[in-house]
Design a protein around this ligand. Structure first.
Ligand code: SF4
Ligand code: SF4
Length: 67
């Protein structure tokens, strides 16, 4: 089983394009015109969003110990 992760956004880089939300197979990210949101309970830790962001605004942090 892949390691469970939390996705973190670097708000200084993110320009709310919605690309990460568009590729997330689990709908764990929601992007509106004013904010980026992450829903941990939906995330399946696939990391697709990290690779999809054109400006490298996303990173992952292990959730170990919090399960
Ligand atoms: S790691 Fe996968 S499931 Fe989690 S937010 Fe990113 S794209 Fe969605
Ligand atoms: S793809 Fe990157 S820049 Fe676009 S909304 Fe997601 S985190 Fe922000």
């Amino acid at each position: 089983m892949p390691e469970k992760i939390r996705i973190i956004v670097n708000e200084d880089r993110c320009y709310l394009c919605g690309g990460c939300a568009g590729v997330c197979p689990a709908l764990a990210i929601r992007v509106s015109s004013s904010k980026w949101e992450f829903f941990q309970d939906k995330c399946i830790s696939c990391r697709i969003c990290i690779n999809a962001c054109p400006v490298g605004a996303l990173s992952a942090e292990p959730l170990e110990g919090e399960l």
